[in-house]
Design a binder for this molecule. Sequence first.
Ligand SMILES: Cc1ncc(COP(=O)(O)O)c(C=O)c1O
Length: 276
Amino acid sequence: MTDVLVWCNGSLVPAEDATVSIFDHGLTVGDGVFETLRATHGQPFATRRHLERLHRSAAGLGLQVPYDDGILREAMREVLASHDLPSARVRVTVTGGTAPLGSERGEGAATVLIAAGPLASPSPSAAVCVVPWPRNERGAMAGIKTTSYAENVVALAHAKARGAVEAIFATTTDLLCEGTGSNVFVGIGGRLLTPPLTSGCLAGVTRELVLEVTDAIEEDIPMAAFLAADEIFLTSTGRDVQPVHQVDDRLLSVPGPMTEAAARAFAALQASTPDP
Ligand SMILES: Cc1ncc(COP(=O)(O)O)c(C=O)c1O
C-alpha cells in the first residue's frame, strides 16, 4: 500500500512526517483561508473556480499564495494519487505563516498545505435547524472562506443536538444567509431563489454552477419566507444538491420538483466536464 502523502510548503511528504510551527498564525488566531474540492478517482472537480476563490479569500485577508495555480494543481494530483480513493475531498489551506503570539502577522512566508481524505456520499436529504446567532454580512470576513470556522463549529453542534445535520444562519437583518458549510436555495410560488452575496454568504462553487444551469435567481429572502418555503435544498461540494426534508419542526416532502430539476441539471454538468 502506498504511503499517504500531503503537500507541505512545496514538498510532498508522508502525512505522518508533515509538520507546521506551533507559532503558525493559522493555528494561533485562525489567520488563514482554505478550499475543499471533490475529487472522483483522483480527478478534482471545478478546480479553476476553487483556485479563483482561494485567491479571492487570500486577498481578502491580505495574504499572497506563494505558488502558482499550475503548481497547486500538480500538488493536488500527486496527493490524490497517493490515496486511491473513488471519492475524495482535497483540502488546500493557506495561512499567514509563523508569527508572534498576537493578531499582528509576522514576516514569514505563508504556510501552504494540501491534504486529501475520503468523502462520504451525501445522505439523500437533510434536516436543518435555524440557529440563534446571525452571520454578520457587514463583517470584514463576510463571504471569505477563512479557517476561522469556530462559529460554524458551535452552530453545527447546536443543530446536531436538535437532530439536524446542518445549521442555517440568518443575517443581522433577518434575511436568509447560508449554512455552516452550504448555500441554500428555496422554491417559493414556482420561483427558485437563493440569497445574493450581499447576504454575506460564501460564493459557493456549487451555488454558482446551480445558478448557471437552472432558472434560479438571487434575491433577498426574509427568514419568514424561508420558513414557509415550498421546497428547500442545500448546495455544497460535499452535498451537491441536497433536498431539505425538515426545517426546525416543519416537515417538507422531498424532493420538490425544482429541487429534482436542479439536481438533475447539476449532475449532468458534473458528468460533462471536470472543470466547468
Ligand atoms: C460557509 C460555507 N458556505 C457555503 C459553502 C458551499 O460552497 P461550495 O459549493 O464551494 O462547496 C461552504 C463550503 O464548504 C461553506 O463553508
